[in-house]
Design a protein around this ligand. Structure first.
Ligand code: ZN
Length: 249
């Protein structure tokens, strides 16, 4: 497989998904077979190993730093660094397939890319705290299947495995509001850091924990406002009276 056909990098896409598209665009049926043929270590690529990512960059003529920016760099605790932010193991769902079926339907008719190499993952889909697609305001679908084990990180093959159920997934992906916290995580992953001093003071790990708490408070507030007002009249539940910042998001 000489002279690889290159596929464009996408802003919201993790490296593993790019590899899946690259494989298909170059005639390989799966990422696994593509990596075998190219002499690449797929497990190392899945954990964002710098050396292996550099090897891929050289083979497919990408800029090494561009690929590293989209890599999920996993550490020995199975936490991961994405861009300049660190996320613990509990914050991510790397082993499950999470996606918006409506985005996939859009991908399928996206003529910018060659057929078979159009479907791609969005990095924020791997965060269990995010339940909604930010493009379609529809619930994300989450699937666990042992057949994925041989195809870790291969988004296109995993979707192929469950393709027969796609109409059901579309139906399950009902309209759902997008919360501020969900947009915040997406913006951070897109390297948009214009979120005010409140969120820029700390190290990434602390900052993420803080905004996660704030986002959770906001959800509690929006869901329980009538009950909260009733409690406030009686001076109860002081914990829930903690104000949350509306600025800085
Ligand atoms: Zn969507």
């Amino acid at each position: 497989m000489r002279g690889l056909f290159q596929v464009p990098l996408l802003n919201d896409e993790p490296l593993t998904s790019l590899i899946a598209r690259l494989a298909r665009a170059n005639g390989a049926p799966t990422s696994r077979k593509f990596c075998l043929h190219m002499g690449l270590d797929m497990s190392a690529l899945n954990r964002g190993d710098d050396r292996e990512v550099g090897k891929l960059a050289g083979l497919a003529r990408y800029i090494h730093e561009d690929l590293i920016a989209s890599a999920i760099r996993v550490d020995e605790d199975r936490g991961a660094t994405i861009g300049d932010s660190y996320f613990s193991k509990q914050m991510l769902r790397r082993s499950r397939l999470r996606f918006c079926p409506h985005c996939i339907l859009d991908d399928d008719i996206d003529e910018r890319f060659v057929p078979g190499a159009r479907r791609h993952a969005r990095t924020y889909w791997m965060f269990p705290q995010i339940a909604t697609c930010l493009t379609h305001s529809r619930k994300l679908v989450e699937i666990e299947d042992t057949r994925f084990d041989r195809h870790r990180g291969d988004f296109i093959t995993q979707l192929d495995i469950v393709q027969d159920h796609m109409p059901m997934f579309v139906e399950q992906s009902t309209v759902s509001p997008v919360f501020t916290f969900e947009r915040y995580v997406h913006d951070r992953l897109s390297n948009n850091k214009r979120h005010g001093a409140f969120l820029e003071l700390d190290q990434p790990r602390c900052r993420y924990r803080r905004v996660r708490t704030v986002g959770h408070c906001r959800k509690l507030w929006s869901r329980s406002e009538p009950a909260l007002k009733k409690r406030q009249r009686f001076g109860a539940c002081p914990r829930r009276r903690i104000p949350f910042p509306l600025e800085g998001f």
